[in-house]
Write a protein that binds this ligand. Structure first.
Ligand code: RIB
Ligand code: CA
Length: 324
């Protein structure tokens, strides 16, 4: 579906910034299971779905569950840049991983060094070597852009799960959660000038997990797949009329599937701005589909996905994981 030059076949060195988070967990597992195509240099946690202390713990726990205890995991921002914090506990549970038996990680308690870790990794890299994948509020990435503008040439691409245009919002009618949770950070990242690929609700709502997908994952792999399979069922607080009682969009894994198989997606290059004010519109991503602003495109907006093929890819990859 995607004719433009997507990520392609070269092995990607990425940092995954996330707020696990049920769908974040599927994205983490898919990335860990794809080591031939993706070098996961590290994971940085941000406050979002649940508070930072839990997102950090979950990221560390998931690496250990998936058999990769040595992946660097650093905690980052515990609150947005300007607005008051919001969470999405209803959709992820108090643990952030509703449906999964979570253990306290054995790994070390990292200091809150996410921004420093990202900056150090960029500084040690060649130009355009590192891909930043962000599937939570963009606070950590915005701090990197603001504090280390000299390191931006080291960034090959920023791949974001966030925003919504034609699909409408999921927190307000106008706003998707990740952008709504820190609109000022999103505005900084969207304006940073690096190649930006945006997986908003327009595309993630085309990737709807059903019970058959969870059953396939539970039956088709090792212990990690079996224990993560419940994440493909909707959380209790997510069931509703929009997708039916048993189906749920798996947002965050779309970013990893994009890196692995860009041909499963279609994109359009568009100008996008982030609304940081507005009683009814704060956190909206305003896409200029018809060029009426005269602004240059600053984002590759993902418009379509082969949802079933994305789910097949995610399931096949996570089924590879073993916890020795
Ligand atoms: O709107 C969906 C996004 O918000 C996903 O990243 C999900 O994990 C939540 O953070
Ligand atoms: Ca997330």
């Amino acid at each position: 579906m995607n004719t433009s030059t997507g990520p392609g076949a070269t092995r990607r060195r990425i940092i995954l910034d996330c707020d696990p988070g049920r769908d974040d967990a599927i994205a983490i597992a898919t990335a860990l299971a794809s080591s031939a195509e993706i070098e996961l240099a590290g994971i940085t946690a941000v406050a979002g779905n649940v508070p930072l202390e839990i997102t950090w713990r979950n990221a560390r726990f998931l690496c250990e569950l998936c058999g990769y205890p040595d992946i660097p995991v650093h905690a980052g921002a515990d609150r947005p840049l300007v607005r008051e914090p919001v969470t999405a506990v209803r959709h992820h549970g108090e643990s952030g991983l509703e449906g999964v038996e979570v253990e306290m990680p054995a790994g070390p308690i990292e200091t809150r060094r996410a921004v420093g870790f990202i900056a150090d990794t960029l500084r040690a890299s060649r130009d355009q070597e590192v891909t930043l994948v962000a599937v939570g509020p963009l606070t950590n990435l915005a701090l990197v852009v603001r504090e280390h503008p000299d390191l931006m040439p080291k960034v090959r691409e920023i791949v974001v799960m966030g925003g919504a245009s034609r699909a409408g919002g999921n927190v307000t009618p106008a706003a998707e959660f990740n952008v709504y949770a820190d609109p000022h950070a999103a505005a900084i990242v969207f304006d940073c000038g690096r190649p930006l690929t945006v997986h908003g609700l327009d595309v993630t709502h085309q990737v709807l997990a059903a019970p058959r997908h969870a059953e396939r994952l539970a039956a088709g792999g090792g212990e990690p797949a079996r224990r993560l399979a419940p994440l493909l069922h909707p959380a209790a607080g997510s069931r509703g009329p929009r997708f039916g009682p048993e189906r749920s969009p798996i947002h965050d894994p779309c970013t990893i599937a994009w890196l692995l198989r860009p041909e499963l997606f279609a994109t359009e290059s568009v100008p996008v701005t982030v609304e940081t004010e507005g009683v009814h519109t704060m956190g909206s991503t305003v896409v200029d589909w018809w060029g009426v602003t005269g602004r240059e495109p600053n984002a590759r907006w993902v418009t379509e996905a082969d949802g079933e093929a994305v789910l097949d890819l995610v399931i096949e990859r996570i089924a590879r994981l073993r916890n020795p």
